[in-house]
Write a protein that binds this ligand. Structure first.
Ligand code: PA5
Length: 434
């Protein structure tokens, strides 16, 4: 398992001497990244997480997930941002987008607390009628409004259904380890809920391989040991400060050079619908880490060929401010062929007996050539397949690339001061006490 950077489609956009010249900046950014700091200021625990994690808690995640899988039909992960996207990305990446409808055993996994829309909440509540439910509330701060409000709703549902004691056996909390009145950990202790820890030195969007993501991922039936193995391999492959051997660093250097040339938008491209939430995770990772001090690439995403029929025109022919980062998944899990039809009324026999994976690949190759010809630089990242090990590898690859990119661009990749502004206004409008 691995991610390989293919720079073939960057010729003419990035010159070899530009990559040589940025090496010095990469070295400085690497040193800054590895400099130790206070966990709250510099949460870099994710760098060694693949080898340095709480093994006892990891085993408890596996046994708890097994128990949950036997005791409910519906499992709801309640969280937002970094406490939501990683788990959803992993589950869809490995299980596909329809797993809640098609899988043979284990609960359906849904997400709540990532929106304040009453209709979305009502839909999920309706789905829970007559079914056994467990919930996992995930919030590092333990005080984020969206998940806290959703938790009240689902706690009420569980307590009405199972009584306070019965509900307590179905509520799992993932949060900061400190017991502070008014925060989630305190609440969990008061009510006797089982808890898992968000490590101090790992921030929300870097936390998918901690209990934050691992419990929902394990409940969905994914192999979290394999996921950690993939991340461990990535850690070994991507530790050197050398863009000739470390593809995460080379990718960071390339996207920085493209930004400096006026390409302001990085478009993450996949040809697999089950990558959609990995795209969402990537957008959060890069957007929240880099978009500050009036700087940063704007991360966007598409799924082709679907979006070639909506965004393709702009990409081919619109403003030249976009570069694409294409995740090329080398092998598919399934082999479905276009059937041969003797009548050939639809004139489609030129595709007869061809595997959809092959056809998809030709769409990728054709689009790459077309967009590069149209003046769009394309970074290609080749990923072996969509399984747990590769997801773990991918997470580590992009986290490392993102952190380095932040320092290359002179911003702190680990804070998100801008997110507070909307909250202040919303709380004022809602009359929250000071
Ligand atoms: O990456 C981040 O830090 C944020 O996106 C948080 O994950 C998000 O705001 C949710 O925060 P919390 O886990 O404290 O509820």
């Amino acid at each position: 398992m691995s991610i390989k950077l293919n720079t073939k489609y960057l010729e003419g956009f990035i010159k070899p001497h530009e990559l040589e010249q940025i090496k010095r900046e990469v070295a400085t950014a690497h040193d800054v990244l590895l400099e130790k700091g206070e966990p709250s200021e510099k949460p870099t625990g994710w760098i060694d997480l693949p080898v340095n994690y709480d093994k006892e808690e990891f085993d408890r995640i596996i046994t708890t997930a097994e128990r949950i899988r036997k005791t409910c039909d519906i499992f709801i992960a309640i969280g937002i941002g970094g406490s939501y996207l990683g788990a959803r990305a992993a589950i869809e990446f490995v299980n596909g987008t329809l797993a809640n409808l098609t899988k043979k055993n284990g609960p359906a996994v849904y997400f709540a607390g990532n929106t304040i829309d009453p209709d979305a909440l009502e839909e999920l509540l309706t789905l829970c009628e007559g079914r056994d439910v467990c919930i996992n509330v995930i919030s590092k701060s333990g005080s984020t409004t969206e998940p806290a409000a959703a938790f009240r709703v689902f706690r009420e549902l569980l307590e009405k259904k199972y009584g306070e004691k019965g509900a307590a056996e179905r509520i799992f909390i993932t949060t900061d380890k400190r017991d502070v009145p008014g925060k989630l950990k305190h609440f969990a202790i008061e009510k006797g809920y089982e808890t898992f820890v968000v490590p101090d030195d790992i921030g929300g969007r870097f936390s998918v391989l901690s209990a934050v993501g691992l419990l929902p991922i394990a409940v969905a039936g994914c192999d979290i040991k394999a996921m950690m193995k993939g991340a461990e391999k990535a850690r070994a492959d991507l530790s050197e400060c050398n863009i000739d051997t470390n593809d995460a660093y080379k990718y960071a250097a390339i996207r920085t050079l493209l930004m400096r040339k006026g390409f302001e938008i990085e478009l993450f491209v996949s040809y697999k619908p089950s990558f959609q939430y990995t795209n969402e995770w990537l957008k959060q990772l890069f957007g929240e880490s880099e978009g500050k001090d009036k700087k940063g690439l704007f991360p966007a995403s598409v799924i082709y060929s679907t979006d070639l029929h909506s965004m393709g025109q702009y990409l081919q022919d619109g403003k030249r401010i976009i570069f694409e980062t294409v995740i090329d998944v080398i092998s598919s899990k399934s082999c479905v062929k276009v059937p041969y039809d003797a009548e050939n009324i639809d004139n489609l026999n030129f595709l007869a007996d061809k595997d959809f994976h092959y056809v998809n690949k030709q769409a990728l190759l054709g689009t790459l050539d077309a967009h590069v010809e149209g003046g769009v630089p394309n970074v290609v990242l080749e990923l072996d397949r969509m399984d747990e090990e590769n997801f773990g590898y991918l997470v580590y690859f992009f986290e490392k690339a993102c952190a380095l990119s932040g320092y290359l661009n002179g911003v702190n990749p680990f804070d998100q001061p801008g997110v507070e502004v909307y909250k202040k206004n919303m709380f004022k409008l809602l009359g929250k006490p000071e």
